[in-house]
Design a protein around this ligand. Structure first.
Ligand SMILES: [Zn+2]
Ligand SMILES: [Zn+2]
Length: 414
């Protein structure tokens, strides 16, 4: 066996056997399908069922697997290999927030992508299509341990919970289970009778609501022209009505001259300075009761629609729709180790999230050092220390850092 794999396996084994192991098996364990990846086998082992937590834990300790998943769905016979015969009984509502999908400025520095059709290489957030050949087959190479990206993902979790799941959908904090993904983001599982039997179309509606897909501002009271009696939307209104109002307010309060110019048609761009100069008056107009939206409407249709688009962009939540709409999704088990980073997919309460620092708190192996040869690696921040950058160097590193580099294919044991 490759010595690096032997080393990594022994670390994983020690974690799953230790008292500090955070593994948190799902509720209704005997109704879930489990799936595993192993270090020395290529294919995923799935359709595994367990009747007790004890059996699951001993299976994991004896492996140990590199990745551990379970189904968001509940099945009558989880071991059945034919999906149609498994007896689907319902599923948790799952959300995946991945910093890969968030437009953080630091991506320009640490992420690149390659077009598999024409070979074009770009930096930053991966686009939908290659700008050179319009191809869709793009491969991204992203750096996982970026603090700013992880912070952006955390903000998105708070937005999902505090703007949508609790106030709009009415879920309580006991129904929302949260975990760090072990790499670039967070997973949220809603376990509630209210969502269990939703089919993929109903889940699609949830996604569209949260992402504001095809949102119609008029439905929420944002009219270009008002006829008859009308109660204007205000900052404290529930749902998208209040959210758009707050988004406009927040955009406007931070807008620069260029931001405003971009919302105006060429013939009216000269008005941007006047808008900027009267910013405080405009914000007061939104705060007043009832709000006076006419103060903004007077700058024309394009400005009004642009403001609303900016508000929606700020207020929507960037969730991975494939995860939420899939009623048979396999998701990483909270408390298990992520096989590509060696970090713990740490289960968290909403209160813990505020102070949670994945690069400090999700580190599983805090002791020991190991000597590795690093071909090339960027600077890594882990356990509140910085390591590297390295290029063709032999270094003695803490186990957690060496583990990360080994799994990322950037180093080998010496
Ligand atoms: Zn291309
Ligand atoms: Zn970043």
């Amino acid at each position: 066996m490759d010595p690096a794999i032997r080393f990594v396996k022994s670390l994983f084994k020690s974690y799953y056997s230790s008292a500090s192991c955070k593994l948190k098996p799902p509720s209704n364990l005997d109704k879930r399908e489990f799936a595993f990846l192993f270090f020395d086998r290529g294919e995923m082992i799935r359709h595994v069922g367990f009747h007790s937590e004890e059996k699951l834990r001993s299976f994991i300790k004896s492996g140990p697997p590199s990745h551990i998943y379970y189904s968001s769905a509940y099945y009558l016979t989880p071991e059945e290999k034919d999906m149609d015969l498994k007896g689907w009984m319902g599923a948790d509502l799952v959300f995946d927030i991945d910093s890969d999908h968030l437009p953080t400025p630091c991506k320009e520095k640490h992420d690149k992508w390659t077009c598999l059709d024409c070979g074009f290489v770009g930096k930053g957030l991966q686009p939908e299509r290659c700008p050179n050949c319009e191809g869709r087959r793009l491969k991204s190479e992203s750096f996982y341990l970026c603090r700013s990206c992880l912070e952006a993902a955390k903000d998105e979790v708070f937005k999902l919970v505090e703007e949508f799941l609790m106030p709009d959908f009415g879920f309580s904090s006991n129904e929302i289970h949260l975990a760090f993904s072990g790499r670039r983001g967070y997973h949220l599982h809603v376990e509630s009778e209210a969502v269990k039997e939703l089919d993929q179309y109903a889940r699609r509606e949830v996604v569209d609501y949260v992402k504001a897909v095809s949102i119609k501002p008029e439905v929420h009271g944002f009219h270009l022209a008002v006829k008859g009696s009308y109660t204007p939307p205000s900052l404290d209104n529930p749902g998208w009505r209040g959210r758009i109002a707050r988004g406009i307010y927040s955009f406007l309060s931070r807008a620069s001259l260029e931001d405003l110019v971009a919302l105006l048609p060429p013939s009216r761009r000269h008005e941007a300075e006047a808008i900027l100069a009267s910013k405080d008056i405009l914000l007061k107009a939104i705060e007043s009761s009832p709000p006076r939206w006419a103060a903004l409407l007077k700058y024309g249709r394009r400005f009004w629609e642009g403001l609303i688009a900016k508000a929606v962009e700020l207020q929507h939540c960037e969730i991975d729709e494939r995860v939420t709409t899939d009623i048979r999704r396999l998701i990483r088990m909270p408390g298990s180790l992520h096989g590509d980073t060696g970090l713990i997919a740490m289960p968290l309460t909403l209160n813990e999230l505020d102070t949670f620092d994945p690069l400090r708190d999700a580190v599983a192996f805090r002791e020991g050092e190991v000597k590795v040869y690093v071909e090339e690696a960027p600077e890594i921040s882990l356990m509140e220390m910085s390591f590297g950058p390295y290029k063709n160097s032999k270094v003695r590193l803490p186990s957690a850092v060496a583990l990360y580099l080994l799994r990322a294919g950037l180093a080998r044991l010496v």
